[in-house]
Write a protein that binds this ligand. Structure first.
Ligand SMILES: C[S@@+](CC[C@H](N)C(=O)[O-])C[C@H]1O[C@@H](n2cnc3c(N)ncnc32)[C@H](O)[C@@H]1O
Length: 269
């Protein structure tokens, strides 16, 4: 995906994103329940190690490898995994577009908001298909169209309210990749069968407006860059726009519940 953040130099508390990703996590982990005892699982673009570490807690029998192109993300994943005391879990710096793994060496490949969003999707899926054993599955959670991601959709509308059109970040790549059949076609072209795509939906809750607004401002990427460039005045107007846009999601007690969704794609070798 173009304009991806520099994951080597992000100063971000990744745990704050776990509730945003809850539905994606649950769907992904449920899909992996069929991996056989002592199976080998590969997590592509594993970031700081979730959901791999959660999977390792649920299934300590699995041999889990997480790979990511960013050294700092892999270091963070290793320190998370250290608490597991499971030497069947390892994290390696590697590109998902050129896996340094043997052909037919893993039983399942997974990815959360990495494969089919970052890097070169065609190469990634070809590589995943190469390293899978016959009958092995690739399961990938990806953001779908922009309107399924409340934080990005509403954040972008705030920027549109205060910036000239040419300065609003172009996030149309979300919708292009999520267009019907695009990602499914990439899986089929790589030789995967029984290709399935479904939408996962869940609710993202925030205690109050302030925690929602600060969350939206903390999402790394072009939207955050644009917010950071705003002057005080424009930022205040953007904040007021968000208060109006978020009002339908406000509950009586002042907390907020935002509808979220993503795609879960899978295919079998
Ligand atoms: C949005 S983060 C998702 C991380 C993690 N899967 C999660 O759900 O928290 C995307 C990750 O993709 C990684 N990445 C980008 N291009 C990559 C590539 N070609 N190969 C491996 N990882 C890559 C980034 O370093 C980053 O950690």
């Amino acid at each position: 995906m173009s304009d991806q953040p520099d994951f080597d130099h992000l100063d971000v508390d990744y745990d704050q994103f776990l509730p945003l990703l809850q539905g994606a996590n649950d769907g992904l982990l449920a899909a992996l329940a069929t991996v056989p005892e002592s199976g080998r699982v590969l997590d592509l673009a594993c970031g700081v190690g979730e959901p791999a570490v959660t999977l390792a807690r649920q299934r300590p029998d699995l041999r889990l490898t997480g790979i990511d192109i960013s050294e700092t993300q892999i270091e963070a994943a290793r320190s998370r995994a250290a608490q597991l005391g499971n030497d069947g879990v390892r994290f390696e710096v590697m590109s998902m577009d050129a896996l340094e793994l043997d052909t037919g060496s893993v039983d399942a490949v997974m990815s959360r908001m990495g494969a089919l969003m970052m890097g070169d999707p065609i190469r990634t899926v070809r590589e995943a298909a190469r390293v899978l054993v016959p009958g092995g599955r690739l399961t990938v959670a990806v953001w779908g169209t922009l309107d399924m991601h409340a934080a990005m959709r509403l954040g972008l509308r705030c920027l549109e309210a205060v910036l000239p059109a040419e300065q609003v970040p172009d996030l149309s790549v979300f919708d292009k990749l999520a267009a019907a059949g695009v990602r499914e076609g990439i899986l089929r072209e790589a030789g995967l069968t029984a290709v399935d795509s479904r939408t996962l939906r869940w609710t993202f809750e925030r205690a109050d407006f302030e925690s929602w607004w600060s969350f939206v401002l903390a999402i790394p990427g072009p939207m955050q860059d644009a917010f950071r460039r705003l002057g005080q005045d424009a930022l205040g107007r953007a904040r007021r726009t968000m208060a109006e846009l978020a009002a339908p999601c406000r509950r009586r007690d002042g907390s907020y519940a935002f509808p979220m969704g993503c795609q879960l794609l899978s295919g079998r070798l």
